[in-house]
Design a binder for this molecule. Structure first.
Ligand code: ATP
Length: 263
């Protein structure tokens, strides 16, 4: 479903600011795979998501979605296949538009957009049904401006909007990190429900290791632009946060040993 093959990305190459963000990423996801992505700051997690979304073009390597080479397609050309939710609850929705107008925009993602935001009866019923799934009562507030919703409600709506037009891939970029624990738990639960209902192939970046172990069927750990651990269903199930911290410590230890050897 999603195939990243030998992806390399370096920012500001051959300058003092050179950053090797991705160094030979190979990642193949089967349909319905839900992969959590962890790693230290600057490991390349967001760069992987940006590469899948088409926000960034890799220097070398290929991105295939559903057997189609999309490496050269820009983000707006991939919007039909890729839904994304960001960390900032303000990022995925338009605050000055009502819930139903936001839903209308989401329904047209990746398609030619007209200027009118008016919502007909049939569409309104469709949005009503979709919003009900969230169990937040938003279906009864469809004329409310989204700017008046809480962060958790907005993030739940962003999730619904990202998946409303039936994408093939869902990208979640620390989408629960800015929420309080209770709302984060709610959005995590909704995420699992939406992903399971639509059998979405999903990449979820998180700094929360317990969440990374609990959610999804596969976990990858990144460090300095590489995937250094890839746990599939069975292996993942048996792991604890301490095990993951141990893996990080091993990498750090190896780095210190390398530095010592170079001195
Ligand atoms: N647009 C950009 N321009 C220049 N350098 C960038 C850009 N985006 C990312 N980088 C660099 O690429 C590397 C990987 O960054 P990335 O944001 O992918 O890491 P991350 O794992 O998501 O980190 P974090 O957990 O801190 O969000 C870092 O060294 C970062 O400074």
């Amino acid at each position: 479903m999603l195939e990243l093959t030998d992806i390399h990305k370096t920012f500001f190459p051959n300058t003092v600011n050179e950053r090797r963000a991705l160094v030979g990423i190979d990642l193949h996801l089967a349909p319905g795979d839900f992969v959590t992505v962890i790693g230290s700051n600057g490991a390349g997690k967001s760069t992987v998501l940006n590469t899948v979304a088409g926000k960034l073009t890799p220097d070398t390597g290929t991105v295939r979605i559903d057997d189609k080479d999309v490496t050269g397609l820009k983000d707006f050309q991939r919007a039909e296949f890729v839904g994304r939710v960001f960390q900032d609850p303000m990022a995925g929705t338009s605050p000055n538009l009502t819930i139903e107008q936001n839903m209308s925009l989401a329904g047209r993602r990746g398609k030619t957009r007209g200027l009118s935001l008016s919502v007909g009866k049939a569409r309104r019923e469709e949005y009503h049904e979709a919003l009900k799934v969230l169990e937040l009562g938003l279906e009864n507030r469809m004329k409310t401006k989204v700017g008046l919703l809480s962060g958790g409600q907005r993030q739940a709506l962003s999730l619904l909007m990202a998946t409303f037009s039936g994408p093939k891939i869902l990208l979640l970029d620390e989408h629960t990190a800015a929420l309080d624990p209770q709302r984060a738990a709610l959005v995590t639960e909704l995420t699992q429900k939406v992903v399971a209902d639509q059998n979405l192939t999903t990449l979820m970046v998180t700094h929360n290791m317990a969440q990374a172990l609990e959610v999804g069927n596969r976990l990858i750990m990144m460090h300095e632009g590489r995937i250094i651990l890839d746990l599939h269903e069975e292996e993942k199930r048996g792991k604890t946060v301490e095990d993951l911290l141990g893996e990080f410590a091993k990498i750090k230890g190896a780095e210190l040993d390398d530095k010592a050897l170079l001195q």
